[in-house]
Design a protein around this ligand. Structure first.
Ligand code: M6R
Length: 609
């Protein structure tokens, strides 16, 4: 989730690139850079940190050109640093490129290119592309792009500038969005429409496997195989702020809908389907350390804590090791019992939450081995933990966490299976079955999102309500806690999440005629039990929405409305089950006219105690 921009035309390219990057800064902000052809050579400027740092650098060291590319980075491979920032070039600066996506086979390509004498300076997967293009170049840049793309696996959106054709830019798309903007005597490349709206509203959306060749006079699109493509021109009538949100009214809704692609990214490169294996060797955990784990503490705040509750169940079921999930602000003062073979897993989207960081430090002080699950490369948590699992969800802008949560869950599934694999707790056939189920999850989420309208109608019913209950058992209870937090956080409707069996120990007193109850039933072994809890609340007048993994006549009889999520392994339902709850929360807040992305009193990253 970085931002790409490219320009060829008659204007001074630097302000055009910087304007475009400013519009894309929400997509990545740990470094930024530009590369231009200054009529003699490719000139590169890059700076770590916010775009303002790059702007200051250019003020001190200006450059002029009418063709160039730019990038704002959200680190995946390699920490945020000057050296890892884009654009990347080959040693002789014959090619310069910016890249969004992940090159899965970059290590293999790096080895091959290093053996041929290419010298790498960064830790990124992207740098291999610039060397690969240089290596593939014989007669034309298009030919080099064709050869290089045949070698690359993964996802890539590229803007390419080369000294061999200094009056052309190339835009290359595979599994990562890229558009071309059409002007008069000028053309643009961007990863997102807002970057170029100031200059043109005529856009070509590239498809996977297409290359656009931009000159000042026009744009030609070809497939990777070289066939000419007849493109449709799209007229964009959005304003800039709508465009930043991809046409969605709020970042939260955009991020909810980004979950299928975010989940696919989390899986990328981490599964060897042919061998029924989970590939998480980049965690850097020694096999013996994993085998010796005797207990696990999961520590986090808020939504990340809720992900940890599900993580506990999954780790315990698969490994039969005791796991406790703790709120970071409690853990740090609780003098936790940490033994030599305790693994502490800290979970934090931002990697900067003060309590989580303090808990991590306390765990390390007591000698624990710490594994972090985080979304932000180079964050404090990522830097201080011994091992890091990156969720690769891309920047999450809305305060209410959505894609961070589901990718954290997926992280727990992958880590649990990986540990089970190393400890021999599951056979490769069993792991293969789990993998097959995991791979279906992004499509299942996509399928649920198609039904978003049902949740608008449900949210309308909540408009006059001041109280709501979420009930479930097992992992469903954990998901209910997250559903309840989401609703409170942005709609300001009070809600409680209850372990369904616990209601009759007090809370049932609060159920009265018309009280809305959302009941979650995705665990077959607990279905009958939760069903009887639904009957208890129905008998007191509750209005029940049941969210379940299978259609049962008994459930239809007992509840007022039902929503069915796709069937998968019981442990994995948490990801799909939370989607209806996110949509309910979003639409309830939206109908009330709240500032959904910035709820009152809350901040995205809580860096104070
Ligand atoms: O960045 P972190 O994951 O460490 O943040 C932890 C919580 O502050 C966060 O999950 C919070 O609960 C969410 N905004 C809720 O949607």
């Amino acid at each position: 989730m970085c931002g790409i921009v490219g320009y060829i035309g008659y204007r001074d390219t630097v302000p055009v690139l910087l304007n475009g990057l400013r519009r894309l800064e929400y997509r990545g902000y740990d470094s930024a850079g530009i590369a231009v052809w200054n009529e003699q050579q490719i000139d590169v400027r890059k700076a770590q940190g916010r775009l303002a740092n790059l702007e200051s650098l250019i003020e001190v060291s200006p450059v002029e050109a009418t063709i160039g590319i730019g990038h704002t980075r959200w680190a995946t491979h390699g920490k945020p640093s000057h050296i890892n920032s884009h654009p990347h070039t080959d040693v002789h600066r014959t090619f310069s490129i910016v890249h969004n996506g992940i090159i899965e086979n970059y290590l293999q390509l790096k080895d091959e290119l290093t053996a041929k004498g290419y010298v790498f300076v960064s830790e990124t997967d992207t740098e291999v592309i610039s060397h690969l293009l240089a290596d593939c170049y014989t007669e034309s840049v298009f030919d080099a792009v064709q050869k290089a793309t045949k070698r690359m696996r993964g996802a890539f959106a590229l803007a390419v500038l080369s000294i061999y054709e200094p009056d052309r830019l190339y835009a290359v798309r595979y599994a990562s969005p890229l558009i071309v903007g059409i002007g008069v005597g000028e053309q643009f490349i961007a990863s997102d429409i807002p970057a170029i709206l100031e200059y043109t509203r005529d856009v070509i959306i590239l498809n996977d496997g297409e290359v656009a060749i931009l000159t000042r006079d026009g744009v030609e699109v070809r497939t990777f195989e070289g066939q000419a493509v007849d493109c449709n021109l799209l007229k964009v009538d959005w304003d800039v702020s709508t465009a930043e949100k991809g046409g969605y009214e709020h970042f939260m809704l955009k991020e909810i809908h980004e979950q299928p692609s975010a989940l696919r990214k989390t899986l990328t490169g981490r599964i060897e389907t042919d061998y029924h294996r989970i590939k998480l060797d980049d965690l850097g955990m020694k096999v013996n350390d994993v085998k010796n784990i005797e207990r696990i503490h999961i520590v986090a705040c808020g939504t990340a804590f809720h992900a940890g509750l599900i993580g506990k169940t999954v780790l315990e079921r698969l490994l039969r090791v005791p796991v406790q999930t703790e709120i970071a602000s409690e853990y740090r003062y609780a003098n936790p019992i940490i033994t030599a073979n305790t693994l502490v897993i800290v979970v934090s989207q931002s990697g900067e939450t003060a309590d989580t960081l303090a808990a991590l430090r306390e765990a390390k002080r007591q000698g624990a081995n710490v594994l972090a699950i985080t979304n932000v490369v180079g964050s404090s948590v990522a830097r201080e933990a011994d091992h890091v699992f990156l969720t690769w969800a891309g920047p999450e802008i809305a305060v209410a966490s959505t894609k961070a949560y589901t990718t954290q869950l997926l992280g727990f599934y992958l880590i649990s299976l990986y540990f089970a694999q190393l400890r021999g707790a599951l056979s490769s056939i069993q792991i293969g079955d789990y993998i097959a189920a995991l791979q279906q999850i992004p499509d299942q989420v996509e399928h649920i999102l198609e039904s978003f309208e049902s949740f608008i109608s449900y949210a309308k019913q909540l408009n006059e309500k001041n109280n709501l209950f979420f009930i479930g058992r097992g992992t469903d209870y954990g998901v209910c806690l997250e559903g309840s937090l989401k609703l409170k956080e942005i709609s300001y409707i009070h809600s409680e999440a209850y372990a369904a069996g616990e209601l009759k120990h007090g809370t049932l007193a609060l159920i009265e005629e018309g009280t809305p109850v959302v009941a979650l039933l995705t665990q077959d072994d607990l279905f009958e039990k939760t069903l009887s809890n639904i009957k208890e609340v129905k008998a007191r007048g509750a209005n029940v929405l049941a969210i379940a993994n299978a259609d049962h006549a008994s459930l239809r009889d007992a509840s007022d409305a039902q929503f069915f999520i796709p069937q998968t392994n019981a442990l994995f339902h948490a990801i799909t089950a939370v989607i209806p709850m996110q949509l309910i929360a979003y639409y309830a807040a939206w109908l009330k006219g709240h500032d959904v992305d910035k709820p009152r009193n809350l901040a995205k990253s809580v860096t104070v105690e």
